[in-house]
Design a protein around this ligand. Structure first.
Ligand code: CA
Length: 278
């Protein structure tokens, strides 16, 4: 678990976690079953961000998400959270409403300009949920504290099964587009669906948009700067290293090879282009 925070950062340790389990058990929250080492599920290639300034709660939720195979990043500060989310490109965000720096509503609004991660917002009072729904801040779900981490995990899993609204990938014309294939990889730009060998691959919005940008003109090499323009927009000043990070995630999910990519090829000293799938 990565813990990123300006406030005194503290790694989760067994003692604190054991104490939390005891505390939450008495508050009707069931403790995780079994030894964390043996209870760990296989990695899912999904990333979660927890934006929460109550460290014990963030750690507890983080331990549940890790057990479900998520790579977890935690931050306690709203301003840091937005910058960090650009790098992490999370699939799931657990977002507290009351945060130092920038409150959860504003964090969610800013997140929504570049991410379609599933956002669960945590509130201190049930009454706040109605207000937030009225404000249409863009969260997918809400939970009031105290809550059961198991219920949170059940909702996260349910959300991941829910289809996302369709939006055309940047640079592609709107309207019906045929599915493109590159060897075993099929790319349905309209449906924002990718499959390798017939098996669907869950990509984040950024990963999908990178793949779609490369697939639009398969013979053309795109520089990192061109990919940033295509995916994040021309006004986004970005470290080009960020592109390499997302390409790495994308390749891992596609089962692609960095040295001789079947789908995402590195053109040394220039950038990337779409591979033929062979
Ligand atoms: Ca808080």
């Amino acid at each position: 678990m990565k813990i990123c925070s300006r406030s005194p950062s503290r790694r989760r340790d067994g003692t604190v976690l054991a104490m939390m389990d005891a505390m939450t058990s008495s508050a009707r929250i069931p403790a995780p079953i079994g030894d964390p080492a043996t209870a760990q599920r296989p990695p899912t290639d999904l990333r979660a961000m927890i934006i929460e300034d109550e460290t014990p709660l963030a750690d507890l939720v983080g331990s549940y998400l890790e057990r479900d195979g998520f790579e977890v990043t935690i931050t306690a500060d709203g301003v840091d959270a937005v910058a960090l989310a650009r790098q992490v490109d999370p699939d799931v965000v657990v977002l507290d409403l009351g945060l130092p720096g920038l409150d959860g509503v504003e964090v969610c609004r800013q997140l929504r300009t570049f991410s379609d991660a599933y956002v669960v917002m945590l509130t201190a009072r049930t009454e706040e949920i109605d207000t937030l729904i009225g404000l249409s801040v863009g969260a997918d779900d809400y939970m009031s504290k105290p809550f059961s981490p198991r219920e949170l995990m059940a909702r996260v899993q349910a959300m991941l099964r829910r289809p996302r609204p369709r939006t055309t990938a940047p640079g592609w014309p709107a309207g019906a587009l045929p599915t493109r294939t590159f060897g075993d990889l099929s790319l349905d730009v309209d449906g924002r669906e990718v499959a390798v060998g017939g098996t669907p691959v869950a990509l984040t919005r950024t990963e999908f948009d990178i793949l779609a940008a490369l697939a639009r003109d398969p013979g053309v090499v795109l520089t990192r700067a061109q990919l940033i323009d295509a995916v994040w927009g021309p006004n986004w000043i970005s470290d080009e290293h960020l592109v390499a990070v997302h390409i790495g995630h994308l390749r891992r999910k596609l089962g692609d090879d960095a040295t001789r990519g079947r789908y995402v090829r590195t053109v040394r000293g220039v950038g990337y282009r779409m591979g033929t799938g062979t």
